[in-house]
Design a protein around this ligand. Structure first.
Ligand code: CP
Length: 320
């Protein structure tokens, strides 16, 4: 793997390879082998132009557990505030020896620009770009669903026959987009539930069904119900219902939680707006995989960094 930029172009084989290597990584963590020597001598740069808790810290933990050196860059407090460009910032970090750059950026397409511009030679991992994609989030979500469904029998399996319902602010969600493509590639059926104003205008190419009634969607007994964060910072009054109306019609509360099938799981990528898209009852229930998703994120990101920096090589000796 040379870069990980999206899930839309990730093949089924490549996705399963990442999930299976993540299983191996999770096994080492459970055996209390806290540190593997695999990436000793490599340097991973976390290049974050937007805020993050889970993604940045888990990439850092993943790199350190593989014995890589880590450089954390946050745009806040950097020379970006003096007008330094993405190209100059990236080349400065490459000059310090970056082998992989993990980038989060507010502009959709920034990771692809970094990977294809020729500015740097490091492998690039998209850690969330604008409203475009967040591929490692979707991979850790798929890993979590697969693990809950198939347990120790997960390796090599896709998600065929499973139904996943994604609820909320689809319009602004890179998590939704990456999940839609990956879940479809892995054989799951995807339903989206949202207020009509929080659905993108043209979804003709999306392999999904869109509905507006959460109670009806819950009654269909999906294998996983994935609640999305309402991105209040990107909202304007024209397309957001009142918070009270949103919570009443599209929030997961105790009543809807009780209406879910016994083995349905409740997911949320975090950070959560408790009391808005998800109640405390639902977030903290035994069906909630919120903290499993966080733990699994470290294993999945270890797998991605491993495949990027120590994985299969092509004939030229470059990461394939
Ligand atoms: N899920 C997710 O991307 O969380 P952070 O913004 O905290 O990284």
């Amino acid at each position: 793997m040379r870069h990980l930029l999206d899930t839309k172009t990730l093949s089924r084989d490549a996705a399963l390879r990442i999930l299976d290597v993540a299983e191996d990584m999770a096994d080492t963590q459970q055996r209390e082998v806290k540190k593997l020597p695999t990436l000793r001598g490599k340097t991973v740069v976390n290049l974050f132009f937007e805020d993050s808790t889970r993604t940045r810290i888990s990439f850092e933990a993943a790199a350190k557990r593989l014995s890589a050196d880590v450089i954390n860059f946050s745009a806040k407090g950097s020379s970006v505030s003096k007008g330094e460009s993405l190209q100059d910032t990236a080349q400065t970090l490459q000059a310090m020896g970056a082998d992989a750059v993990v980038i989060r950026h507010g502009a959709s397409g920034a990771p692809r620009t970094l990977a294809t511009s020729g500015w740097i030679t490091a492998g690039v991992v998209n850690a969330g770009d604008g409203t475009h994609e967040h591929p490692t989030q979707a991979l850790l979500d798929a890993f979590t669903i697969r693990k809950r469904r198939f347990g120790t029998d997960s390796r090599g399996r896709d998600l065929s026959g499973l139904a996943v319902t994604i609820v909320g602010d689809i319009l602004h969600s890179r998590v939704a987009r990456s999940n839609v493509w990956l879940l479809h590639t892995l054989g799951a059926t995807v339903t989206l539930v949202a207020p009509p104003t929080l659905v993108p205008q043209d979804m003709s190419a999306w392999p999904v069904r869109v509905v507006y009634d959460l109670d009806a969607a819950v009654a269909e007994a999906p294998d996983a119900l994935m609640m999305l964060r309402i991105q209040l910072e990107r909202m304007n009054a024209a397309y957001f219902p009142t918070e009270r109306e949103y919570s009443r019609r599209w929030g997961l509360d105790a009543t809807r939680l009780a209406g879910l099938a016994a083995d349905s799981i409740v997911m949320h990528p975090g950070p959560m707006n408790r009391g808005l898209e998800i109640s405390a009852d639902a977030a903290d229930s035994s069906r909630s995989t919120v903290l499993d998703q966080v733990s699994n994120g470290v294993s999945v990101r270890m797998a991605v960094l491993y495949l990027l920096l120590a994985g299969e090589r092509d004939d030229d000796g470059r990461a394939a």
